[in-house]
Design a protein around this ligand. Structure first.
Ligand SMILES: [Mg+2]
Length: 170
């Protein structure tokens, strides 16, 4: 259980993610979260930056699928220009939604990555299916109180993980 909370990779933002790293890990498909990963939580539409990133990844040969716990409307509005395969009301970390996304991508778990900002939804769900999990720093602090509470626990988990790496080196 504890290992399932540790991302394979931790980067600042999907915009800083290096394509080489994905290629090196044989990634073909990418499942991506919307809220606080691609845009701040309150942002309804995909902006230029998102469109540019999606184009870059598609051009590099990756298949993309949106996986969001957001409502049908939220996802549809965000996806209006992108027109990517998408799963809404995903109830992450539930495995079912991740399986659905993988099916839409037409990839296998071992060559599928998931990018998201939350350990207890994106990372836990992805790790359960042994996907290549990539945690990003959340874009916005406008969040529900519950999420704020979960963040504190996430910080503790990450600190423990980093401490354990440090101890292993010593
Ligand atoms: Mg999110």
């Amino acid at each position: 259980m504890r290992n399932n909370l540790i991302p394979k990779l931790h980067v600042n933002s999907p915009y800083e993610l290096e394509i080489e790293v994905l290629k090196k890990n044989s990634i073909e498909g990418i499942i991506i979260d919307i809220d606080n990963t691609l845009v701040p939580w309150s942002e309804k539409f995909a902006d230029e930056k998102v469109i540019e990133l999606v184009n870059k990844l598609v051009k590099a040969g990756f298949k993309l699928c949106i996986l969001s716990n957001g409502t049908k409307n939220r996802v549809a509005m965000f996806n209006r220009e992108l027109k990517l395969p998408a799963v809404h009301n995903a109830a992450k970390p539930s495995r079912a939604a991740f399986r659905k996304a993988i099916k839409l991508l037409g990839t296998d778990p071992q060559n599928t990555a998931v990018i998201g900002d939350q350990i207890f939804t994106d990372i836990l769900g992805g790790n359960r299916l042994e996907l290549f999990t990539i945690l990003v720093v959340p874009l916005s602090s406008k969040e529900f109180l519950w999420t704020r509470f979960v963040r504190q626990i996430e910080k503790m988990v990450l600190k423990k993980y980093k401490d354990s790496l440090k101890n292993n080196k010593e």
